[in-house]
Design a protein. Structure first.
Length: 193
């Protein structure tokens, strides 16, 4: 049975292929001979046709899942975490991830993208099924401020405990994409907005 992630990838493939001229779609060979989508071929085609990328991103943004509050339970909106940081919001799963917005008592905000991974997480930390990426507007090589980094690590510990206690949370990961797939499919600009 296909997961929502597989269905979303197939939908994106179909949307991209239909938004591109038929010759380009055929020449790019989006399928690698199986039902799997060749993400690199799709990325190449979308990079050559920015309007198709925008259209695919708009289509994908229509596919959402409820905000996965069970991942960070018992925390909820307004809960104080530590070091002056609190939970402002947890978004629905959109564009393949849920976005946890943290707010500091001094007014700063931090956006933490919770996505899936397939054994190769790229974020600040990860759990068995989830990649936790602090989106600070940098390129991934810039160190994060230690206080917010410590808060993100504590949230990852909470997600780990909840994953261990509730096997159903794997379904949340099925509704998500990896950070790399999100970047390839939607472009880094879409993830920052």
């Amino acid at each position: 049975m296909n997961s929502r992630r597989d269905v979303l990838k197939k939908m994106l493939f179909g949307a991209a292929a239909s938004a591109l001229p038929v010759k380009i779609a055929a020449a790019q060979g989006f399928s690698n001979g199986s039902e799997a989508i060749d993400a690199e071929a799709l990325e190449k085609a979308l990079s050559e046709h920015p309007q198709a990328r925008q259209w695919v991103a708009r289509m994908a943004s229509l596919e959402t899942s409820p905000a996965p509050w069970d991942l960070i339970a018992p925390l909820e909106a307004g809960a104080d975490i530590a070091l002056g940081w609190s939970i402002e919001n947890l978004s629905e799963v959109t564009l393949g991830a849920a976005i946890l917005t943290l707010k500091h008592a001094q007014g700063h905000t931090a956006h933490v993208h919770i996505s899936s991974h397939s054994g190769a997480p790229v974020g600040m930390t990860s759990t068995q099924h989830f990649d936790i990426v602090l989106m600070n507007g940098a390129d991934g090589n810039t160190p994060s401020a230690e206080p917010v980094g410590r808060v993100v690590l504590s949230i990852a510990d909470l997600i780990r405990r909840n994953e261990s206690a509730n096997a159903q949370l794997v379904r949340v990961a099925d509704d998500m994409l990896s950070h790399e797939d999100r970047t390839r499919l939607f472009g880094p600009e879409a993830l920052l907005s």
